[in-house]
Design a protein around this ligand. Structure first.
Ligand code: 5GP
Ligand code: ZN
Length: 136
């Protein structure tokens, strides 16, 4: 997509610190890092989120994410990771090109975990929510 900033990085129209690249995916350091080595992994195909990508593209993105993490592991030796993506504006997505955030973590970095993203379970019980899925 012409005006997409991540497509411009893919096309090398704007610079980025690329730490992994293969035929289908690219990983580069986040320009505004939340931790040392904060990286985003993107498919070269423009799509806003996983619903716009084929299963095959998603498999390759997941493998590229693992390979990028292995590279970070080797060079920065973090103690752990949080990995995921913000989907749609309600989920905090700003750049409308699918990107997996890799957040390397250190034991004493003072950060949180997935549970610190939101705490708003709503009025329905877990059993009531399960009924939407006909889940036992
Ligand atoms: P999200 O859309 O999931 O909120 O996050 C977008 C991420 O992309 C942010 O962490 C932001 O710092 C990063 N970002 C936005 N524009 C650029 C850019 O031009 N270069 C790089 N390297 N990162 C960017
Ligand atoms: Zn794009």
């Amino acid at each position: 997509m012409e005006e997409c900033i991540f497509c411009k990085i893919i096309n090398k129209e704007i610079p980025a610190h690329i730490i992994y690249e293969d035929e289908n995916n690219l990983a580069f350091l986040d320009v505004n890092p939340r931790c040392k080595g904060h990286t985003v992994v993107i498919p070269k195909e423009h799509a806003k989120n996983p619903f716009g990508l084929s299963d095959e593209s998603l498999k390759l993105l997941f493998v590229a994410t693992k390979k990028t993490m292995q590279r970070i592991d080797e060079k920065l030796k973090p103690d752990g990771y949080n990995v995921g993506w913000n989907q749609n504006s309600a989920g905090g997505q700003v750049v409308p090109h699918m990107h997996v955030h890799i957040l390397p973590r250190w034991r004493d970095d003072g950060g949180g975990n997935m549970h610190s993203i939101v705490n708003h379970p709503g009025d329905e019980t877990v059993e009531e929510v399960a009924k939407y899925f006909n889940a036992q």
